[in-house]
Design a protein around this ligand. Structure first.
Ligand SMILES: Cc1cc2nc3c(=O)[nH]c(=O)nc-3n(C[C@H](O)[C@H](O)[C@H](O)COP(=O)(O)O)c2cc1C
Length: 191
């Protein structure tokens, strides 16, 4: 029996109001196992485009520091993101680039799980594999299976409320969260 609840944060790669990925991220707390609490990470969308001159001049932007602090403090991170042009949305990649230059890189040794919703048949798979590569370069620990690739997203969420209605998707997300809890506890020794 877990005596220490895990603090997991979500990072969403889409900024749009009607985002399927944001809706999935909002649903996760209700699908999480009892030993895991899930809350949103601070916003990343106001960080300037990475420029070493800013870093060397005025230092890291306050938003990058806040984002990094939340990642450091979390037991695990779940990134829920669309695929843009077969890859990681630029804004999200920019935020990762900022924190990757910090002395205490927040993703180092951090358990990370990935989820994506997309309009098409691949469900954001190419973005996920690029994220795996990018986060591995900064020493994150990427959770393996099950993968959450929500294909044809418009059919799986309620058109008006954006609620996730597709039962097989709900079931596999629950499986991933249960597996992610075990993965984190194996890595951080929290029983
Ligand atoms: C700039 C841009 C690029 C996109 N590229 C892809 C892509 O490469 N693969 C894909 O499956 N969908 C792509 N899409 C469609 C997204 O899957 C779809 O818009 C999805 O709903 C976006 O996620 P969201 O609902 O969370 O905002 C793209 C959308 C945008 C805006």
């Amino acid at each position: 029996m877990a005596d220490d609840k895990l603090n997991v944060i979500t990072i969403c790669g889409s900024l749009r109001k009607g985002s399927y990925n944001a809706s999935l991220a909002r649903t996760l707390p209700s699908l999480a196992p009892p030993g895991m609490s899930i809350t949103p990470a601070p916003a990343w969308d106001k960080m300037p485009i990475y420029n070493h001159d800013i870093q060397a001049g005025t230092g890291f932007p306050a938003d990058a520091e806040a984002w990094a602090a939340a990642i450091r403090a979390a037991d695990g991170v779940i990134i829920v993101s669309p695929e843009y042009n077969w890859s990681i949305p630029g804004g999200l990649k920019n935020a990762i680039d900022w924190v990757s230059r910090m002395k205490d890189v927040p993703f180092k040794d951090k358990p990370v799980a990935l989820q994506s919703c997309a309009g098409g048949v691949l469900g954001g798979a190419r973005m996920q594999y690029h994220l795996r590569q990018c986060l591995t370069s900064i020493d994150a620990f990427l959770f393996g299976k099950p993968e959450i690739l929500v294909t044809f997203a418009a059919k799986k969420f309620d058109e008006k409320t954006l609620e996730l209605t597709d039962q097989p998707t709900i079931d596999i997300v629950k499986q991933q969260l249960t597996g992610f809890e075990k993965f984190i506890r194996r890595l951080n020794g929290k029983k």
